[in-house]
Design a binder for this molecule. Structure first.
Ligand SMILES: *Cc1c(COP(=O)(O)O)cnc(C)c1O
Length: 350
């Protein structure tokens, strides 16, 4: 590996200085100060002040919980914003390319389109594993990012440590491991290995296990140097005050989050058992996430039948290697009861 941050950073970004906001220049230490610096409305209503642009309180807790330094962390308006920042920092439009491994999360392709960056897709193998040989053949001098989603959406499986290590060793760009579903997985986060690999980046989110999709909070972890580059281009107030406050309360309540994750894992096991009894489900794929991918006889038909009965799932059939697949998010006992009843009903419908 011959990774150099200098080599992968766009020329225009190298020269940038971050926008210095009023709240960057003076940070309140809680003492009684008069703030006449940011043209805010002075009448208190809970949100009349600009939020902390570096989200210091929230970041300190998240960093500690993940065993990294706060300088290794950047927070975003969902992990989707973090992923977009990567394109803007490292990928020169119409010149550079990224590597993604379909079937996988759709945003990598959407963001490459928005940013005018070629997305070189290297399909997973039939058993949904990265094809390392093909990936290495596809990489060239303009390949800046490889997106590894593990556990992978929509397939649900995790990729082996060996495979990911091999990519980290052989790629001169950034290896981005999207760990949106890591809290449902028995595997350890790659965040603990940041010091071993200068080209490793890990992204997480509060949208899934933490139950906070509505507030939009994404977490990005990488070397201090990489985070410093991203800090130069992030919008100054990208994480709003209400989000910072809600997120802090939630991440401190580790008991509640842990209990919900445990319940979801129990429900996943029960749902798999129930799905095994449905005659038109041919394969149930192993899952390390809070969803289950299944192969059915006719995905379009089954999808419509469920929709007609008021149950919304995801038809993943248009994805490569996913013909006739449906994705079920793990829900509550009641939701599963309704789902299973409906599956049994449509089994006999026609
Ligand atoms: C849901 C999901 C995300 C979450 O994105 P947010 O913008 O943080 O809500 C990220 N990556 C993958 C693979 C996902 O499935």
């Amino acid at each position: 590996m011959n990774f150099s941050l200098e080599n992968i950073t766009r020329e225009n970004v190298k020269g940038l200085k971050p926008y210095s906001s009023a709240r960057d220049e003076y940070v309140s230490d809680g003492s009684d100060m008069v703030f006449l610096d940011a043209n805010e409305n002075p009448f208190e209503n809970g949100v009349n002040r600009y939020p902390d642009p570096q989200q210091r309180s929230l970041k300190a807790v998240l960093a500690e919980q993940r065993g990294v330094k706060k300088e290794n962390v950047l927070l975003g308006n969902g992990s989707d914003e973090v992923l977009d920042l990567l394109f803007r920092a490292f990928c020169e439009p119409k010149e550079d390319n990224i590597i993604s491994l379909p079937p996988t999360y759709g945003m990598y392709n959407v963001l490459s389109g928005i940013n005018c960056i070629e997305n070189r897709e290297v399909l997973l193998t039939k058993d949904f594993k990265p094809n390392v040989e093909a990936i290495l053949k596809t990489i060239d001098a303009n390949s800046k990012l490889v997106f590894i989603c593990s556990p992978n959406n929509p397939t649900g499986n995790s990729f082996s440590e060996d495979t990911i290590t091999q990519l980290l060793h052989s790629f001169n760009g950034l290896v981005v491991i999207d760990e949106a579903y890591i809290d449902f997985s028995p595997n350890e986060s790659w965040a603990s290995k940041l010091n071993n690999f200068p080209n490793l980046m890990v992204t997480q989110t509060l949208s899934k296990a933490y139950g906070m999709a509505g507030i939009r909070l994404g977490i990005c972890m990488a070397s201090e140097e990489i985070i410093a580059v991203l800090n130069k281009i992030k919008p100054p107030y990208n994480v709003n005050g209400l989000t910072q406050q809600k997120a802090l309360e939630r991440v401190l309540d580790t008991k509640a989050v842990g209990a919900e994750v445990a319940t979801i894992l129990e429900e996943r096991t029960k749902l798999i058992k129930a799905l095994q009894e449905v005659s038109f489900i041919e394969t149930i794929y192993q899952s390390d996430a809070n969803f289950i991918l299944v192969k059915v006889d006719d995905a379009n038909k089954r999808y419509k039948q469920l929709l007609d009965k008021g149950i919304v799932i995801r038809n993943r059939s248009t994805q490569p290697l996913c013909q006739n697949t449906l994705r079920f998010t793990v829900g509550t006992t009641d939701e599963h009861q309704k789902l299973i009843e409906t599956l049994k009903y449509i089994e006999n419908e026609y």
